[in-house]
Design a protein around this ligand. Structure first.
Ligand SMILES: Cc1cc2nc3c(=O)[nH]c(=O)nc-3n(C[C@H](O)[C@H](O)[C@H](O)COP(=O)(O)OP(=O)(O)OC[C@H]3O[C@@H](n4cnc5c(N)ncnc54)[C@H](O)[C@@H]3O)c2cc1C
Length: 406
């Protein structure tokens, strides 16, 4: 019988599930882009960068490599922005991603920096056991092909031919921004939200606060690598062009939220399921601990758009209760095995206020256009918006712009 607990089978699956298969160096070599290697022409520039997310830090790193003098102002007390690994909320060292989760193998810039910083990759999806497709109130056990077709149908996200083409960073995706931050070290000023930007023909002046006290810093160029949602609150003098002001005001950010439950054991393995699902809610269900050691498990709901807005409007306890009821239908047994949960709603994150922004071609022309000495980076300025790849590409683009500027 499928559903009957079979200890030998469970132990076998448990071993499969916790064996951390690593992606080989040759795969990484084949997929990673070549280094940027900017060559500085003329004198070093003093560059101020707003935001220590991947966009700001990759720009800072590349400019620093070319011998420019960079200072990064970051509102939070940590680097990485929307790459955020939840580390302390769970027992037994379990971790889960609140933001960026999976890396496709064609994201050559993300993989380039993974390689540069000697990080290791492991598969995002398990290669064993069926997925669940929960639709019209019914649970169906499916293999990769129907699973990814359902995902494509509900979310417009094409997962491609093989589950093996998706990776995550061993130890947590935040190791990537942390690696940048270690290289940039004292060049990053944390707890330093930018309040005002002023520029003239010769210089740009940035006012930020540290522990509430205003401070200013000047530079030859400024990289604005913060989301437009928070740029809306920064005073700009003289104002940017009309077109840019309109984009900053109106660019739409999608909503996304995650809800994770810690479970006493990876109970879905008893039913020969891998713990991943797609539902017609639509909601993805992730099992981030499939390649983490130990008996305990994690089951996570990934909500987007109006479903995410709906859960953001709830109080934390309600978010957990609502999600638990829903996940119980997808992987029955959560009620019995859940030990507690955590939520992350990006709309209410003070320094993100949304998940990501997909601009169209004409909007991108406006968004990426420098304004005097100010250059624009961030996932929202890229054709690969909503991915780490987009943030990194944009960081490389502004680094080149500034390196080449007179
Ligand atoms: C729920 C979710 C799921 C995702 N899934 C994936 C995925 O599976 N794979 C993938 O590759 N990508 C994914 N992404 C996208 C990826 O996380 C982002 O594209 C990328 O991290 C954005 O980097 P950034 O540098 O542009 O912005 P951010 O990471 O937001 O960095 C901007 C920084 O600016 C700071 N800041 C804001 N305002 C100010 C201010 N006034 N002064 C100073 N600092 C300020 C912020 O604190 C932040 O650190 C996901 C994102 C979310 C939210």
């Amino acid at each position: 019988m499928r559903d009957r607990y079979n200890r030998r089978e469970f132990l076998k699956q448990g071993t499969l599930a916790t064996a951390a298969t690593l992606i080989s160096a040759s795969v990484l070599d084949a997929c990673a882009a070549q280094p940027l290697q900017l060559e500085r022409r003329g004198a070093a520039k003093k560059v101020v960068i707003m935001g220590a997310g991947l966009a700001g830090m990759s720009a800072g790193y590349e400019l620093m490599q070319a011998g420019h003098d960079v200072t990064i102002l970051e509102a939070r007390t940590r680097p990485g922005g929307r790459v955020f690994t939840i580390r302390d909320a769970f027992a037994d060292g379990l971790i889960a991603e609140a933001g960026a989760g999976r890396i496709p193998m064609d994201h050559d810039q993300t993989l380039r920096y993974v390689k540069l910083f000697n990080l290791q990759l492991m598969p995002f999806y398990p290669s064993e056991l069926p997925f669940v497709h929960y639709h019209d109130g019914r649970r169906e056990e499916v293999q990769w092909k129907p699973f990814k077709e359902a995902l494509n149908h509900y979310l417009g996200l094409n997962l491609g031919q093989s589950s093996a083409n998706w990776f995550k960073i061993v130890g947590g995706n935040d190791l990537l921004p942390k690696a940048f931050a270690a290289k940039l070290s004292e060049k990053i000023l944390y707890g330093s939200p930018v309040r005002k930007v002023e520029q003239d023909e010769r210089t740009v002046r940035v006012t930020f606060t540290q522990a509430g006290a205003p401070q200013t810093i000047s530079g030859d160029r400024l990289v604005c690598a913060i989301p437009y949602t928070t740029l809306r609150d920064v005073e700009i003098s003289p104002p940017f062009s009309k077109g840019k002001q309109q984009m900053i005001r109106e660019l739409h950010y999608d909503s996304a939220s995650r809800v994770y439950f810690q479970t006493r054991k990876k109970y879905w393995l008893n039913k020969n399921l891998n713990g991943f699902a797609i539902t017609d809610h639509p909601m993805e269900v992730w099992n981030p601990a499939h390649n983490q050691q130990g008996q305990r498990g994690l089951l996570g709901a990934y909500l987007r758009y109006e479903k995410s807005q709906a859960i953001t409007a709830m109080r934390d306890g309600e978010r957990l209760a609502w999600t638990l009821e829903y996940l119980e239908k997808v992987f029955p047994g959560l009620h019995e095995h859940a030990e507690g949960g955590v939520t992350k709603c990006w709309d209410e994150d003070e320094w993100a206020r949304g998940a990501w922004a997909h601009a169209n071609f004409f909007e991108l022309l406006q968004i990426t256009k420098p304004e005097g000495r100010v250059h624009f980076a961030g996932e929202h300025t890229s054709a690969n918006a909503s991915w780490m790849q987009g943030a990194l590409e944009s960081g490389n683009r502004v680094a080149k712009e500034i390196n080449e500027a007179a």
